[in-house]
Write a protein that binds this ligand. Structure first.
Ligand code: HEC
Length: 208
């Protein structure tokens, strides 16, 4: 008797599966061919007979996106001081006490000379120097979308639970820690879109 190698042992079931699939293909060939172009004539059905229309309230709860220019920002306001205790309570466990990173990304750590380019140019830019981690200060392109992201996705163990004032406070705290706004600057629907992020220009439109 020849040795049964693991590969040999796999061969028989795989072959059987392939034959079964081939067989299924032949079985399907009949009805598919018989149908011809009738799918296009029938079009999409009006209803699939399940589900229900979303209510205006449900749609409003999902429709919370904020555009880079600030469109969609809600009323409310926050400062680094109002955001700090919320950060300590709800964010530091994953992102570090000072935003230095932990089990989740670093959020703080911007200095003007550390906004690295993306892609292959990064290696060239870094040269023989140490790796430069991305933070909100050196790679996030718009302050407005930081609000959008935090409100929709953070804290990752309870997303969607933060009020607008709290999110403005958290955004203010992160921006202030990165040295991008003053410690007392209040963030709201007017001031947030005016914050220019240092990394804005390392993002380029790409047609694809
Ligand atoms: C349970 C852990 C956890 C907690 C708590 C948490 N985060 Fe996060 N956060 C994450 C993870 C994981 C990611 C990365 C998610 C991804 O890339 O999809 C992330 C990503 C982020 C980012 C984007 C970072 C980047 O570099 O792209 C921001 C900003 C952020 N969190 C802010 C917050 C704020 C503000 C809070 C508190 C309200 C918070 N997070 C609480 C785990 C957490």
């Amino acid at each position: 008797m020849g040795r049964v190698t693991p590969r040999g042992m796999l061969t028989a079931p795989l072959l059987a599966a392939a034959l079964a699939l081939g067989g299924a293909g032949i079985l399907f060939a009949g009805p598919a061919a018989a149908q011809g172009g009738s799918g296009a004539e029938q079009g999409t059905p009006e209803s699939f007979g399940f589900g229900r229309a979303a209510t205006a309230e449900e749609i409003a709860a999902w429709d919370i996106d904020i555009m880079p220019d600030g469109t969609g920002l809600p009323e409310g306001e926050g400062t680094a001081a109002s955001g700090a205790p919320i950060y300590a309570r709800q964010c530091a466990v994953c992102h570090g006490q000072s935003g230095e990173g932990g089990v989740a990304d670093r959020l703080v750590g911007y200095t003007p000379e550390t906004t690295p380019p993306f892609g292959p140019r990064y290696e060239e830019w870094r040269g023989d120097g140490p790796d430069v981690p991305y933070s909100i200060g050196n790679y996030w392109p718009y302050a407005t979308t930081l609000f959008d992201y935090i409100r929709r996705a953070m804290p990752s163990n309870a997303p969607g639970t933060l009020e607008a004032d709290q999110v403005y406070g958290l955004v203010a705290w992160i921006l202030a820690e990165n040295g991008l706004i003053g410690a007392d600057d209040a963030m709201n629907a007017t001031t947030l879109p005016a914050v220019e992020m240092p990394a804005r220009d390392i993002f380029v439109p790409q047609e694809r």
